[in-house]
Design a protein around this ligand. Structure first.
Ligand SMILES: [Zn+2]
Length: 208
């Protein structure tokens, strides 16, 4: 069994949003084409309280994209984004969500950020996704969404570590790209064993 995992296609990560990924909304058309072919569709939603530790505004003398050291390692500081109940936290209105079975919210604990759909950034606190996938006998995960170099990458690496065959749908992801971070992320995923595929090649394989 296989599943489609749609990472953080929210207004704040799309053009005009608070933490816009360049051309982030380009992922929507291929995702909308893909999702009807999947029986299991999972979406993640970044969902922060205002006092979240990943917001630069909550740290003295810090700017967005500075880094700080937290108990669990380095944390990039971001502009305030995906604040609970804000319009920015909503899924992009063009994203077709009718095929989605479950929405995993992440980043709601003020003291820890959560890039991966599987674990929070402390790499210990589970989101419950693995239990969900295992209970449905899912062995292969196809990943798309935003952003390639952060939440998508961390999800893909955790998916491999959790034992799933893991595919990145390369035309259905976009990155923020700080200091070449997209290229570095692609290499990290490749080295970990993530397979790369394009949606136009994937659809005929699913359509039977
Ligand atoms: Zn966030």
């Amino acid at each position: 069994m296989y599943a489609l995992l749609i990472i953080d296609v929210q207004n704040d990560f799309c053009p005009g949003g608070k933490l816009a990924v360049p051309d982030g909304d380009d992922v929507i058309a291929p995702i909308n084409k893909l999702s009807p072919f999947f029986e299991n569709v999972i979406q993640t939603q970044d969902w922060h309280p205002n006092n979240h530790t990943s917001f630069a505004s909550n740290h003295k003398n810090k700017n967005p994209y500075d880094t700080i050291d937290l108990d669990y390692g380095k944390q990039v500081l971001w502009p305030n984004h995906c604040v609970q109940e804000s319009r920015g936290a909503e899924f992009h209105p063009d994203l077709e969500t009718i095929h989605t079975n479950i929405i995993i919210r992440k980043g709601f604990r003020p003291e820890v950020d959560s890039y991966s759909a599987f674990f929070e950034n402390d790499k210990a606190t589970s989101t419950g996704l693995k239990g969900y996938l295992d209970s449905l006998n899912i062995s292969t995960v196809f990943i798309c969404g935003l952003a390639t170099d952060f939440c998508v990458k961390w999800t893909a690496l955790d998916s491999i570590k959790s034992g799933y065959n893991t595919y990145l749908i390369c035309d259905a992801v976009k990155g923020i790209d700080i200091d070449n971070s997209v290229q570095i992320a692609m290499k990290e995923m490749y080295d970990a064993g993530v397979e790369f595929i394009l949606s136009d090649y994937l659809i005929p394989l699913l359509d039977n």
